[in-house]
Design a protein around this ligand. Structure first.
Ligand SMILES: *Cc1c(COP(=O)(O)O)cnc(C)c1O
Length: 536
């Protein structure tokens, strides 16, 4: 076949006459991510693009940018779980479009959440608990705090006393959610400074002094995010019993078991911190931490309906009957609650116990390796024999008894810092730089100061989750030593070059508007003189 050549000029004229043809052609180009216009021009990411593009193009562009994120499995900064079995993921995907609020439409899902509340109630030794799934512990803490505030107000009203100056007592090692509760719901936060003597968590003797007739309750943390320590719920409860006997003031405890709620029942079953203590009115936990689901599920339970103020409970009428709800979010994903139920029936007590014990064994091994290096002090105490605390004492020699060593109950969290001797000898080595260098090897290990009062001490923290296996730990300790040794040998500070934004080098003249855009997403970040830095 003889074919006629069509010149470019002709083609352009043709295009002008038939705009739809040009549209098709553009579509074709769009379907290939790297030949689309977005390969060389910016994505209009700050306003809705005028035109649509092919799904494969959009996917590839978003996917590629997200490759810049760290790997979740190597994110040792987070308590939030990052691995589930394929069967759990299958259930998540099968149910990803279900809204947990649609009770009429998804009766089987409703039944499952009820069973999860029962399972947790039994695990925490409740007799007749009531509870609800939440998006996470943050929402759960708000609900626990609100219930205590309303109960206090009702009691004060009945006594003809003022209800406008409520306060709540907790350690200043608390996770930000606890402080948020106080600020959002107008409750004075009486934060007790932590110290080395109180193992960097709530000092129960100072806490009791902060209590008065306006105290709505106490937040006691099972698993401080700073050190992994369990606060002394039983000791606090006893002191509050004494206070009530002396003064008649009756102060309830809400336990923040975001992490510990799933560790203590399996690894330290004899520890009394839960509904076995009558003063504990409510407990929250994060299903997405050691509950072993993905981000999006938490729980809060009250010991009985009597400690849940009626005015907070909403009665919603559905075709299928009446539902009682108490939560902040209406719509929320059902799939993570479903994966929680999967974990419960799949793992059982046996599975959870094995995983939690493995985490603790690995965390202890890692702690001992750090101490053995002589570079680091370990501030967490989970590797020390029961009753032995603090890094200032030399590591205890453990005598192996027939029963084996009993260790301090705590989360599998390893908190460490360079020794004072190391810092004196190599003052140019900054702990933060170890964290930065580890990042080049893929590890995410945060470095941050202890809470106010002890903020001159910086700590590195590793959360040992189930995916941090023995072999991975071997690599981690090697890499920590390697990074520290490299910094030791480096006498001068590294120079960091300064780059102009890509816009600056482009061919086409740019308007000032576009140049300012190239500052990129940083400009979405709010700069505020005084924000509150908190670990999470
Ligand atoms: C993680 C955490 C929270 C907040 O929980 P989310 O599930 O992240 O909302 C509160 N308290 C403690 C002790 C935590 O570890």
């Amino acid at each position: 076949m003889l074919l006629q050549h069509i010149s470019s000029k002709e083609y352009e004229r043709d295009q002008e006459l038939r705009p739809s043809a040009s549209g098709n052609d553009e579509q074709h180009l769009h379907s290939l991510a790297y030949s689309s216009r977005y390969a060389t021009t910016e994505i209009p990411k700050y306003e809705l693009p005028d035109k649509s593009c092919e799904p494969s193009t959009a996917y590839q562009l978003v996917h590629d940018e997200l490759d810049l994120d760290g790997l979740p499995a190597m994110n040792l900064a987070s308590f939030v779980h990052t691995w589930m079995e394929p069967e759990a993921e299958k259930l998540v995907m099968e149910n990803i479009s279900k809204n947990l609020a649609d009770v009429d439409e998804y009766p089987a899902t409703v039944r499952i959440q009820g069973r999860c509340v029962s399972i947790l109630g039994n695990l925490w030794h409740a007799k007749k608990a009531v509870g609800t799934p939440t998006v996470g512990s943050s929402e759960a803490v708000m609900l626990g705090g609100l219930a205590m505030k309303k109960m206090w107000q009702a009691k004060r009203k009945a006594q003809g006393k003022g209800i406008h100056h409520p306060n709540i007592v907790f350690g200043n090692n608390a996770q930000v959610a606890l402080e948020k509760f106080a600020r959002y719901f107008d409750v004075e936060a009486r934060m007790i400074p932590v110290s080395e003597d109180s193992q960097h968590c709530l000092d129960i003797h100072k806490a009791i002094e902060a209590c008065d007739e306006n105290t709505i309750g106490m937040f006691v943390i099972m698993g401080s995010t700073y050190t992994g320590h369990f606060e002394d719920v039983k000791g606090m409860s006893k002191l509050l019993d004494d206070l009530q006997e002396r003064t008649g003031i009756d102060i309830p405890i809400h336990v923040d078991g975001a992490s510990g709620g799933f560790i203590a029942p399996f690894a330290f079953p004899e520890l009394e911190w839960d509904f076995r203590l009558p003063r504990v009115v409510s407990i929250n936990t994060s299903g997405h931490k050691f509950g072993l689901s993905y981000a999006g599920i938490g729980w809060v339970l009250w010991r009985s309906e009597e400690v849940l103020p009626k005015e907070l409970v909403f009665e919603l009428h559905y075709l299928g009957g009446t539902e009682f709800t108490f939560n902040l979010n209406f719509s929320r994903p059902a799939c993570f609650m479903i994966s929680q139920y999967y974990n419960f029936i799949r793992l059982g007590k046996e599975g959870y116990t094995r995983i939690v014990e493995n985490d603790l064994v690995n965390a202890r091994l890692f702690s001992k390796a750090l101490e053995g290096s002589t570079y680091f002090d370990v501030l967490s105490d989970m590797h020390r024999p029961e009753g032995t605390f603090g890094w200032r004492h030399p590591p205890a020699k453990q005598k192996k008894s027939a029963k084996g060593v009993k260790y301090n109950p705590a989360l599998p969290v390893v908190v460490f810092k360079l020794t004072d001797a190391f810092q004196r000898q190599y003052p140019h080595v900054k702990q933060a730089a170890i964290s930065t260098l580890l990042r080049t090897k893929g590890w995410i290990v945060p470095n941050y100061p202890l809470p106010c009062n002890e903020e001159n001490i910086e700590i590195l923290r590793v959360v040992v989750r189930e995916s941090l296996t023995r072999d991975m730990l071997d690599r981690l300790i090697d890499d920590i030593m390697d990074c520290t040794n490299k910094l030791k040998c480096l006498e001068t500070q590294l120079d960091v070059g300064v780059f102009a934004p890509l816009e600056h080098y482009g061919e086409a003249p740019r308007t000032s508007k576009r140049v300012s855009r190239s500052i990129d997403d940083k400009k979405h970040k709010i700069k505020k003189a005084k924000t509150y830095a908190r670990t999470c």
